[in-house]
Design a protein around this ligand. Structure first.
Ligand SMILES: [Ca+2]
Ligand SMILES: [Ca+2]
Ligand SMILES: [Ca+2]
Length: 449
């Protein structure tokens, strides 16, 4: 961030405006903007240089207007605005607030307000640049989908940062620039899609077995000799919604260990958006949490392991750690190429207990993994699918806490799964698609050829 001292122009500005002057013009101000962080559109900070120019023939008190910078927070839970300098590091005369909005390219805005101490901006004058920073608690965000984002590295007129009468509604009281248009962006048209809300009476429901296979054959992955049990898959209620539950049980012995897997009947998913809303669980459904039990809660896509055109893209959550992570809950995001070579390791060493929306873009140029709207991993074209794949959910043990003989059962739950063929939907668009299907009472849909 910048610490350079900038001369304050306000001191030279007129302190009063003529009585009776109309201030209602929508082009009273021009915003000059430069992106101080143009090299980092996918990191955890926005840094915008903003300068206001008064286009009118009268001085205007800055406290009568506000400036709004519009963006999507991409699922980040923290939005912290800061002003790093104007004429000093503390930005005297400026305060910052955030607001929510539903508009094209924006679910948030940061508003720059001026106190009376900021004075007035003389006719034709410009303020010193305001260094507006927005941070996201360390979460990476995508700036390029933000309404106000631009990548110019020197000050230039920019209409997508807007000026409004102080106190006006988010897009109201326009004094300069163009605010985003209201309403949620309509999701892109999808030519072919697969959706399942898991609205079934149980895994014996014929509509379920038309689309999914519950595994019962023996074999890997996981603890050798463990069974894959159909009774480890069930449908449960969550209010009026239905969820698919997968569970895995052990008593610390191989003979007492069972896994679960649900795999799509169809192997027809290649490029496009793979998504699911899934509830990872750190604590057992029953019995004690034994940290010696290293187990995996997953959503993934893959081909048959024996295929010469093998591919796999994994979200693998290890609530009790494992794979070298001790007992630390860890999410691994991994792609495999045709030679079973793994992508460079990408792991998130923190709990993912609770609901999450996973959105994977598998494209000819590689795989991009998102969790709750935040991009968390990107793997190169080496790992792109070569042929059609299955959709898959699994619960399995890597190793067992063999010293504890108490039976325990771990679980994950799936609200829905959605695939859009050859179309790359962001998390908001996926959620909009699911909401649209639900509002049309579509419990499941499959138009993927
Ligand atoms: Ca940035
Ligand atoms: Ca964004
Ligand atoms: Ca559901």
């Amino acid at each position: 961030m910048k610490t350079t001292w900038k001369p304050c122009l306000l001191a030279a500005m007129a302190l009063a405006m003529p009585l009776g002057e109309s201030l209602a013009g929508t082009a009273d101000f021009t915003v000059q903007y430069q992106n101080y962080n143009a090299s980092g559109p996918n990191d955890s900070i926005i840094e915008a240089g903003i300068q206001l120019k008064n286009n009118t023939t009268a001085a205007i008190p800055l406290s009568t207007v506000v400036v709004r910078y519009w963006f999507t927070k991409d699922g980040a839970t923290t939005v912290a605005p800061a002003c790093w300098w104007w004429n000093t590091a503390a930005c005297p005369g400026i305060s910052l607030v955030t607001g929510s909005v539903s508009a094209t390219g924006a679910d948030q805005y940061v508003e720059v307000r001026f106190t009376s101490a900021a004075g007035s901006l003389a006719a034709g004058a410009s303020t010193a640049p305001i260094d507006l920073g927005i941070t996201f608690g360390g979460a990476a965000v995508n700036e390029t989908d933000d309404y106000s984002y631009g990548n110019q590295t020197s000050l230039a007129a920019w209409s997508r940062i807007s000026v409004h009468d102080a106190g006006a509604a988010p897009t109201g009281g326009l004094r300069g620039g163009t605010p985003p248009s209201g309403g949620t962006t309509p999701p892109p048209t999808v030519a072919a899609e697969f959706f399942d809300d898991f609205t079934y009476t149980g895994p014996g429901d014929a509509a379920f077995s038309n689309l999914w296979t519950v595994r019962t054959y023996a074999g890997g992955p996981g603890v050798g000799g463990a069974v894959w049990s159909a009774s480890n898959v069930s449908m449960v209620s969550d209010g009026s919604n239905r969820l698919m539950r997968l569970q895995a049980s052990t008593n610390g012995s191989v003979a007492g260990t069972s896994h679960a897997e649900v795999i799509s009947k169809a192997q027809k998913f290649k490029f496009g958006t793979y998504s699911t809303r899934i509830k990872f669980r750190d604590t057992p459904l029953s019995g004690p949490r034994v940290f010696g039990d290293k187990y995996v809660e997953t959503f993934f896509a893959l081909t048959p392991y024996s295929s010469p055109s093998y591919s796999e893209q994994d979200y693998e959550y290890l609530p009790n750690g494992g794979w070298g992570q001790g007992n630390t809950p860890t999410m691994f995001l991994t792609s495999f190429d045709k030679n079973k070579t793994a992508s460079p390791e990408r792991k998130l060493n923190y709990s993912h207990d609770g609901w999450h929306t996973l959105v994977l873009h598998s494209t000819p140029s590689g795989n991009v993994y998102h969790i709750d709207g935040v991009q968390q991993a990107s793997h190169t074209a080496q790992f792109a699918p070569l042929i059609h794949q299955f959709l898959d959910f699994q619960m399995w043990f890597i190793e067992l806490g063999t010293t504890d003989g108490t039976p325990r059962t771990y679980f994950e739950e799936v609200d829905w799964v959605y695939f859009a063929k050859d179309t790359y939907l962001d998390t908001n668009a996926v959620n909009a698609k699911v909401a649209s299907l639900r509002s049309a009472s579509v419990a499941r849909k499959d138009t993927v050829p």
